[in-house]
Design a protein around this ligand. Sequence first.
Ligand code: BGC
Length: 443
Amino acid sequence: MVTSAMAERRFPSDFRWGTATSSHQVEGGNVRNDWWLFEQQPGRIKGGDRSGLACDWWRNAEADFDRMAALHQNAHRLSLEWSRLEPEEGRWDDAAVARYRQMLHGLRSRAIEPVVTLQHFTLPRWAAAGGGWESPRIVGWFAGYARRCAECFGDLAEAWVPINEPNVVVTLGYIMGRFPPAAHNILRAPRVTRHLLRAHAAAYRAIHAVGPRARVGTAHNIRILDPGPAPSRLAAALDRRAADANSWAFNWVWLDVLSGRAAHRVRRIGQVEECAGTVDFIGVNYYTREHVRFDPWRPQGGFLRSLRVPGEARSDGDYGEVYPEGLRRVLLDVWQRYRRPIYVTENGLPDADDDLRPRFLYDHLAALHAALEAGVEVRGYYHWSLIDNFEWTDGWALKFGLIAVDPATQRRTERPSARLYAEICRSGALPGADVLREFAQRP
Ligand code: BGC
C-alpha cells in the first residue's frame, strides 16, 4: 500500500485520470466500416487476425466501466462508430443512438467523465466507397454526422475530439499503404490533409452551434524525430534538416493550421484559412521517438531512414523506443507553440508480460509532472489502454492493456501496472520510486 507520506509529486486536484479506447478496437461486430472489409483481405493483418467480437463492448462495456471505477479512474476517452450511427448515407440508427446514450450515461453514473472521439480511423463503408477522405463531399458528410452527435449526446458529454490522429490517417493510409485505402502515393496526401482539416473545422463549428459550452479539441500523434549519431558534420547537418522538415510535416502542420499559427503559410494544402481557431484544447498522443538519418533514396519516407541506437529500451514487437523524457519535451513544445490547455489523450506501450509498463507509466507521469512544474497547463492523462484490444494491422499480437484480455474467452486479467496506476489515480500523486519494486514483479 502506498502511503501519502511517501507521495512526492502531487497533481492538481481536478486532474483527469483515465484510459482511452476506440470503437472498432473494443466494440466487436463493426461490420459496416472500411476496416472490417480490410481485415477480410488476405495478408493485411498480422496472423490473419480479425477484430471479430473485439472486447465485446457493444454488448457489455459496462463490465469494463466497473473495472475503471474500481481502479479509481475518473475519465475515459472513447469513440463513437460512425458506421453504426449512420449505416447508410442519411439514415440514422436510433438503436445505436440509444446504446451510446446508455454507455455515456454508464460512464457518468460511475463518476467517469467521457471525452468523445467522433472518428477513430474507421469510415462507414458508404463514405469509403464514395471516395473517403479524398472526396470533398466528406466535409459535408462529417459535419452532418458531428451535428447529429452533438444533438444526440451533447447532454452527456462536454469534451469532443472530431478526428483521431489525422497525421496517422494520411501517413499510414495514403503514403505507406498500411491502413485503408492502402495507397502508396505521397501526391495524394495534400488533398486528404485538406479534407481532414476542413472536416475537423466543420465539426468544430457544428458541435459549438448545438452546445456553446462544449469543448472541442484534437487528438494528435506526436512522434519525436531526433537525428542519430552521424559520421560527419555534413551528414549531421543533413540529418537535422531532414528530421526537422519531417517533424514539421508530421507533428506540427495540423496543429499550426487549427490554432491559426500558420494557416496562411500552408499554401500547398490550400483553402485552410477557414480552419484557424478551431481547437479549444490539444490532445497529445505520445508513444515514442525515432532516431533518423537522411536518406536520398527514400522519397516515400520523407528522405529519412530509421536507426537503432545501441542501448535503447524497446517495447514488444519492436513497436518503438521507450523514451519518457520525450513526453516532457512534447508538452513543452506544444505549450510554447499554442498556449492551449493540453490533455495527454493517449500514451502507452505494448508489453504482454508487463515487465516494462510499471516503470513506463511511472516515468511518463514524472515527465508530465515536470511539465506541470514548468508551467504547462496539462489537465489530464488517458493511458492507452484499459484493456488489450484489436491493434489494427498488428491484430491481437500487441498487448497495450493495463488489463489483459483473451479475445477467445473474453477473460480479463489485471496486470500489475493496473494496480500501480490505480494507486496514482486514487492518491492524485506520484509516490516515491521505491514503490515500483512492489509492482515490478511479473504476473
Ligand atoms: C492509435 C490507437 C492505437 C495506438 C497504439 C494510436 O496511435 O490512436 O488506435 O491502438 O496508437 O498503436
